[in-house]
Structure formats: C-alpha cells, structure tokens
Write a protein that binds this ligand. Sequence first.
Ligand SMILES: [Zn+2]
Length: 180
Amino acid sequence: MGSMRTFEIAFVGLKPGVHEFDYELDAQFFKDKAPDSNDGIAANVKLSLDKNNGFMLLRFLVGGSAEVNCDRCGNQLNVDLWDEFNMVVKLTEDPQKANEEEEDADIFYIAKSESHIEISDWLYEFVMLSIPMQHICGNDKDGQSLCNEQVLKKLKAMQVNRDEQQENSIWKGLERFKNN
Ligand SMILES: [Zn+2]
C-alpha cells in the first residue's frame, strides 16, 4: 500500500498560483478503495490546484471509461467518464470543528500546521460520481435498439411465466376457499 503516497500533495512547498497534477487510476486503485467496486474502470483525473493565502482551490477533471451493463438487457457497455468537481481546502486552527459545522460539501478544512493533503478519497469519490446512473444500449443508425434481442425475449418469457404462476396460486387459493 506504499503507493498511496502518490496521492499526497506536499502543498507547503508549492509556490502561490496554479499547479497541475495528472493521475492515472487503474483497476487496482479502485480495488484498494473498495474490494467490490466496478473493476472495469480506467480513469484519468487532471487536478489543478490553485494555491492562495490560507486556502486552495482544487478542480478535478475526470476522464476515461467504465465498463457497465445495460439496464435492459445486460449487454456490456463501455461508457465515457466526463465530469468536473471543485473543492475548496481552507487552513484553520481547528479543522475538526470547522468540518463538523460546515454544511457545504465542497469545502474542507485542514490544520494550519498541515503540510500535505491526501486526495485519494476525492479521486475515488469523483470518479464514482462520474459514472452515469443509467446505461442503456443506444440505437443503431436506423434507429433500431442495440439491446440483445434474445435476452429481452427471455426476460419477457420469464415475466409472463411469473405472472401465470402468480395467477395460478391465486386460483388455487380460491379453490381451497371454496372447498372449505
Ligand atoms: Zn441493452
């Protein structure tokens, strides 16, 4: 886990102004963060850190791709990641209290005595937030759905089957009622 050091920024040594950082996040990064997380993610995050007196502005630009399954037919899809997130990091005497009282999720406090910020949690969180919530196979150029027809047919058949079974059990229940 020594690789986690890569995600620490020693901001104390930075001059005031904007600094750029690049992060390539592979499947192992996401596995380290959450063992059951999506293992088909390859993300790159460009971070620009604007160092000011007493605070820093962090802008995370997320790119890359993730493998997901279609919500309708389960086909594997590759979706692009594309999103932007901002954080304000403020230096203060009592960061714990300030973080508890702060209602804005985009503002984070660290101690004035701090020299590093650890950003791997933000990288993880922002990449996860970049994955579209819904994913459905698109249409081809003729407007036909690209979903797997066979799977959709099977799903439909299973649904009909289930409905019939439910109906049968209702009738059985009623018959028993009649016989009594
Ligand atoms: Zn589909």
